[in-house]
Design a protein around this ligand. Structure first.
Ligand code: BGC
Length: 510
């Protein structure tokens, strides 16, 4: 057994107290990719740094058909037998629709300054277009008020994957008309909430939901055609820009950024071909939508010319998609090693195990981007199966800073899935030392990026509470607060208390 296997297996076997012991921390220093404890002790965050957490409507709200809400593609997916591990649904989830006052009081207790929530489109427009559902809007208005009462900044994600089923029935995201429906919806939100919400992100992880939903079909609406993915992605680019304009027209206080999913990409070898492949990965998976908004064109994601025809690109689209963001938001969970697949003959879609893992086939992902991207397992894995690689956040943040002329950055999500539960021998506390360790090391690397000049103003841990983890149902837990789904009881985990102290002191050795 090597040292890493030893640490991992002792972690799994050890009791709560041992997990947090110095012995574990000393051993952790030997783990590939881990950050020395001196860096953790020295790390400082600037005064006024916005410590926050993030959630998404479908994952926490429940109330799936209350007060006039329409069906979403995720309602339909989870109600289809065989789609979700454990057969659970988001029908009730964390019942935050009814428990939002309690959850925001918990956020305050953990000294939180920002809460990134998303709005369910079919709650606002049950069939995706037309007049807003007043009861749905009232809910979000209440949620925003309760955040402000607790001193928490509302950060609104307009779309976190729950498309109204009625719009999927009209062709879904590959249908270009959705760009203007979406801009209308965003304008409604800004009209009703824009007096209190000033921070807006149009889409959560646009590459993921277009690729998983239309390219390979593992997420709803379960369509699998690369051309549909490209069309969907192009509609989303247009929608992002149209929404920025409609939000700003409805609210003079609005600032618009993003919540992109990103993984730093490292070439597998130093060959020119692998370095070019890693650059294509970065262009396709990380900055496709960012570059479009900032510069009005797509980055070089493809070998050769972009397949404009397949994308449904029309003359003049460059002008529509150009809508520079006020700040740049992105998530960091894990990294990728990328190699060239220019000469591969067999291409395949790849699949998802968890939201972030993409297991590419031996050849390459597709005939246009022609790369192969894999998640390495050099560092330890979380229980959800993602490699822990703290340095990745430093590399990603400094890369985006360099490439986009030092924008204001918000980390919109980062977190880890571990299943720790209340422990009766410790009076019911939740000793999740591995999550504390994950954040401690990653945040030390983020502090280093800030010290080196990156203008990062916020960090949102995924997630405030355990929640419905998409196709993995309740088999993964990412929260700083434990949720017992039998009675909705919330229990702050050790990591939650720790994060609360970090938020109050701007340091990590707390
Ligand atoms: C998604 C969340 C998801 C989390 C953990 C993120 O990329 O935005 O919805 O729960 O990953 O898998």
């Amino acid at each position: 057994m090597n040292r890493r296997q030893f640490v991992t297996s002792s972690l799994a076997a050890a009791g709560a107290t041992l997990l947090g012991s110095d012995a574990h921390i000393a051993a952790a220093d030997q783990i590939p990719g881990s950050v020395p404890s001196s860096a953790v002790q020295q790390a400082r965050f600037p005064e006024g740094f916005l410590w926050g957490t993030a959630t998404a409507a479908y994952q926490v709200e429940g109330a799936w058909k209350e007060d006039g809400k329409g069906e979403s593609i995720w309602d339909k997916f989870t109600h289809t037998v065989g789609k979700v591990k454990g057969g659970t649904t988001g029908d009730v989830a964390c019942d935050q629709y009814n428990l939002c006052a309690q959850d925001m009081a918990l956020a305050k207790r953990l000294n939180q300054k920002s809460y990134r929530f998303s709005i369910s489109w079919p709650r606002v427009q049950p069939s995706g277009t037309g007049a807003p559902n007043v009861k749905g809007m009232d809910h979000y208005s209440r949620l925003v008020d309760v955040m402000l009462e607790n001193g928490v900044r509302p950060f609104c994600t307009i779309y976190h994957w729950d498309l109204p089923q009625a719009l999927e029935d009209r062709g879904g995201w590959p249908n270009r008309d959705l760009a203007s429906y979406y801009a209308d919806y965003a304008g409604i939100l800004a009209k009703y909430l824009g007096d209190r919400v000033t921070v807006w992100a149009p889409f959560n992880m646009p590459w993921s939901f277009t690729y998983m939903g239309y390219g390979v079909g593992t997420f709803p609406p379960c369509r699998a055609h690369f051309g549909d993915f490209l069309k969907a992605a192009h509609t989303v680019t247009l929608a992002q820009a149209e929404a920025l304009r409609s939000i700003k027209a409805a609210s003079s206080k609005a600032t618009v950024g993003s919540a992109y999913g990103m993984c730093p990409a490292y070439p597998k070898t130093d060959s020119e071909a692998d370095r070019a492949a890693a650059a294509r990965y970065h262009a396709m998976n990380n900055v496709f939508f960012l570059e479009a908004a900032m510069k009005g064109h797509y980055p070089k994601a493809f070998v050769g010319e972009p397949p404009y025809e397949l994308m449904g690109f029309k003359p003049g689209d460059e002008k529509i998609m150009h809508a520079p963001l006020d700040w740049v938001g992105f998530h960091y969970y894990t990294r990728r090693i990328v190699s060239d697949a220019s000469n591969a003959h067999a291409f395949g879609g790849g699949s998802f195990g968890g939201t972030e893992i993409e297991i590419d086939p031996a050849g390459g992902r597709d005939p246009y981007t022609r790369f192969r991207a894999v998640m390495p397992t050099e560092g330890p894995l979380t229980e959800s199966g993602l490699e822990v690689w703290p340095r990745g956040i430093y590399d990603l943040v400094t890369q985006i800073s360099r490439e986009y002329d030092h924008p204001i950055i918000e980390i919109t999500e980062s977190g880890c899935g571990y299943l720790d539960a209340p422990y009766d021998k410790e009076n019911g506390r939740v000793p999740d030392a591995r999550r504390i360790e994950f954040f401690r090391e990653e945040l030390a690397e983020l502090a280093r990026a800030i010290a080196d000049g990156a203008r990062v103003r916020a960090f949102h841990a995924w997630s405030l509470i355990d929640n419905f983890e998409w196709a993995n149902g309740h088999t993964e837990r990412y929260g700083l607060i434990y949720v017992d789904y039998r009675d909705q009881k919330r229990t702050i985990k050790d990591s939650g208390f720790w994060y609360g102290r970090v938020s109050a002191s701007n340091r990590l050795d707390v």
